[in-house]
Design a protein. Structure first.
Length: 372
């Protein structure tokens, strides 16, 4: 494994550094960031060093009473009209201002959440030979293990490895899923389908639409489960776990362990998303911002690298970019008026995803590309 031996410098500041060669050597090892850590690197390879732009991001909130994203209790959603109304109002407020909230009493058993984290740990801590079989950048595959989906596009690589499983609408057959997380992946996907359906109903109501509106638009039809593993980093201040980005989907349901490091960019400061045992983090994706004509916000977020990891998180992206759908998504007609003209043009989910992926996590919103 070739590792940069030059002094750590931000990307692109020296001429005699063959970045592409280093990226390739890293990628061809098929062992991901964990492979570097297992090999005992004490200095991170240069291509992980965050860019000057990322360097100058405002520091985290040091307020003694830091802001927190809203926490919404979903108890009573099915059997109390009054309670449901309150929950819809809370989701509306949270989605219009933060674009992020946590939910508790969401119906996914805590044991399932714990096992999903453990399954992700087991997979990543398998021998390299086992993981290597899944390592690929071939997006036609339904199960892909790789480090940095945008390794060759982004300005700086992130300190994390990811297992992508495209679980709906056409799941892989069970034997295609790694044994270490096979059963829990199937169960977790079922739970995400159910909770996703509930959330799209509540979000439809929050937009003043019929509860089935977003589901009828097929926003809930597909989901991808991204199981992230952020190994402990020897120089966590020099890199990031995940660069600043907003999500390229309709909605994300995120499970995180107790380590922390996820931050959302709110009112020009970075706000920590406090780990809460048993809770799930929900965030509005770019496509929901687009179809709601900017009513709901797809907020930027990032993950700090840490030296106590591994940190494990599991993101479920509701999107249909791998189905053959040619459906066009633009601002929902019912939400438009003379005072509220469409801000975006119509786009197919797969074209949006292709643009997002070609750009990589460069800290800029993909949405502006689709503005009228
Ligand atoms: C993502 C993401 C956050 C995390 O997968 O898009 O932002 O905590 N993940 O891993
Ligand atoms: Ni994200």
């Amino acid at each position: 494994m070739a590792v940069a031996d030059e002094e750590a410098l931000p990307a692109g500041t020296s001429s005699n550094y063959d970045r592409m060669k280093e990226l390739k050597a890293f990628d061809e090892s098929k062992a991901g960031v964990k492979g570097l850590v297992d090999a005992g690197v004490e200095k991170i390879p240069r291509f992980f060093i965050r860019t000057p732009e990322e360097e100058h991001l405002e520091e985290s909130d040091s307020d003694p009473n830091p802001l927190q994203i809203p926490v919404i209790d979903l108890t009573g959603i099915e059997n109390s009209k009054i309670r449901r109304g309150e929950i819809v109002e809370a989701i509306k407020q949270a989605s219009e201002t933060w674009g992020f909230f946590q939910v508790v009493n969401h119906g996914v058993p805590t044991s399932v959440l714990e096992e999903m984290i453990e399954g992700t740990r087991r997979f990543n801590e398998e021998d390299d030979e086992v993981k290597r079989e899944y390592y690929t950048r071939d997006w036609a595959k339904k199960v892909m293990f790789l480090s940095n989906f945008d390794l060759y596009e982004s300005a700086a690589a992130n300190w994390r490895d990811t297992l992508f499983c495209f679980m709906a609408p056409d799941p892989p057959s069970p034997h295609e899923l790694p044994l270490a997380c096979r059963n829990i992946m199937i169960e977790y996907s079922k739970q995400m389908t159910r909770l996703g359906s509930t959330l799209f109903e509540l979000l439809s109501e929050a937009l003043g639409l019929h509860p089935n509106h977003l589901k009828e638009m097929e926003c809930a039809n597909g989901h991808v489960i991204l199981s992230h593993y952020y190994p402990a980093c020897p120089q966590p201040d020099l890199t990031l776990g995940t660069s600043k980005h907003s999500d390229p989907d309709f909605l994300t349901i995120l499970l995180q362990d107790q380590i922390g490091g996820l931050q959302v960019h709110h009112q020009n400061r970075w706000v920590d998303v406090q780990p809460m045992h048993g809770a799930l983090v929900i965030n509005i994706g770019d496509l929901l911002q687009l179809i709601s004509n900017d009513k709901l916000k797809s907020l930027e977020h990032r993950v700090l690298a840490n030296w106590i990891g591994p940190r494990i998180s599991v993101a479920c992206f509701f999107t249909t970019n791998y189905s053959p759908s040619t459906r066009l998504y633009g601002p929902i007609k019912e939400l438009l008026s003379d005072e509220n003209q469409p801000i975006y043009r119509e786009v197919m989910v797969r074209d949006f995803a292709a643009y997002y992926n070609s750009k990589g996590l460069d800290g800029k919103s993909a949405l502006s590309h689709f503005k009228i």
